[in-house]
Write a protein that binds this ligand. Structure first.
Ligand code: NAP
Length: 278
């Protein structure tokens, strides 16, 4: 029977630990979340971030701006939040509506308040193996693997997906842990042959049913990052559920990586608060 890597339980534990830590501080970690436009999925994510802040005892502010917001206005808000002492973390919910330059907006967030870990400075620190803010999803995957004592050193880890927010940082974090890492993407020829070699397979694509049992080695660890909707509208990952029958451990969708991403945002906000010392 495969082990289910329970991200929901671990995230709840982490948030409870953070709530205890807040009680010992003489201030509250503060997170500002900016949502531009009315993307329904983004709205759900922003609401859950507010709830997480409440659960951890953090101070939070939410800015819901219309899709027509001018770049200058958004940059002005980020600059103001960057100066505020009670705001330790700033998060701009992605994707941004057309007309707003994502790179420019992310670059405007001060690196010490970049709790999403998407700023070029934090990405650079990750590549160099220096201390900084790690992107929440891959960092959450690492915490989950560690919680279940999944050995990575010398293992062949195959990451499917090379986005800046998931695939690339995931590969770097695995590399830091002395895994041998292969990164696959939409131009990879014969994806199945790479996946079959994986001791640890991380699927981060966003295509329901992409990973089928014949693509997975017996006894592998499978991490499914994706959050897709199937034909019935139910949340599901990239892996066909029958994949779980031949693996040693797997992250369920929902209840695996998703809750860990949220917990890591809270951890990063606490770290920002500690680093800023006010
Ligand atoms: P993304 O930016 O769309 O990247 C998808 C990646 O998959 C790209 O690198 C793409 O390759 C690759 N790809 C597309 N089709 C492929 C195929 N047929 N075979 C192999 N690779 C293929 O997506 P993302 O932001 O990284 O997110 C990936 C998934 O994770 C989505 O389902 C998203 O909802 C989910 N997600 C979950 C969490 C969480 O907390 N659980 C957080 C973030 C994202 P190219 O680079 O060649 O285009």
């Amino acid at each position: 029977m495969a082990t289910r890597l329970d991200g929901k339980a671990l995230a709840a534990k982490r948030k409870a630990e953070l709530a205890c830590e807040v009680e010992k501080l003489n201030r509250k970690p503060g997170l500002a979340v900016i949502l531009v436009g009315e993307d329904p999925a983004s709205r759900v994510y922003v609401t859950s971030k507010r709830k997480d802040c409440e659960e951890c005892g953090y101070y939070s502010e939410e800015y819901a701006l219309p899709a027509e917001t001018l770049e200058g206005e958004l940059l002005g808000l980020i600059e103001e939040l960057g100066r505020r002492e009670n705001i330790h973390g700033i998060l701009v919910q992605l994707p941004l509506p057309k007309g707003l330059d994502e790179k420019k907006i992310l670059a405007a967030i001060p690196p010490e308040k970049d709790v999403d870990g998407f700023h070029a400075v934090n990405m650079g620190r990750l590549i160099l193996g220096e201390e900084g803010f790690l992107p929440c999803t891959p960092a959450g995957v690492m915490e989950l693997l560690d919680e279940y004592h999944i050995e990575l050193e010398g293992k062949h880890c195959v990451v499917v997906g090379r986005s800046n927010i998931v695939g690339k940082p995931m590969a770097l974090l695995l590399l830091q842990r002395n895994a041998t890492v292969t990164v696959c993407h939409s131009r990879t020829k014969d994806l199945a042959s790479f996946c079959r070699q994986a001791d640890v397979l991380v699927a981060a694509v966003g295509k329901t049913g992409l990973i089928t049992p014949d693509m997975v080695k017996e006894g592998a660890v499978v991490v499914d990052v994706a959050m897709n909707r199937n034909a019935e509208g139910k949340l599901c990952g990239d892996c066909e559920p029958t994949v779980y029958e031949k693996v040693s451990s797997y992250t369920p969708v929902p209840g695996g990586v998703g809750p860990m991403t949220r917990a890591l945002l809270m951890e990063n906000t606490m770290k920002a608060c500690r680093m800023q010392g006010k």
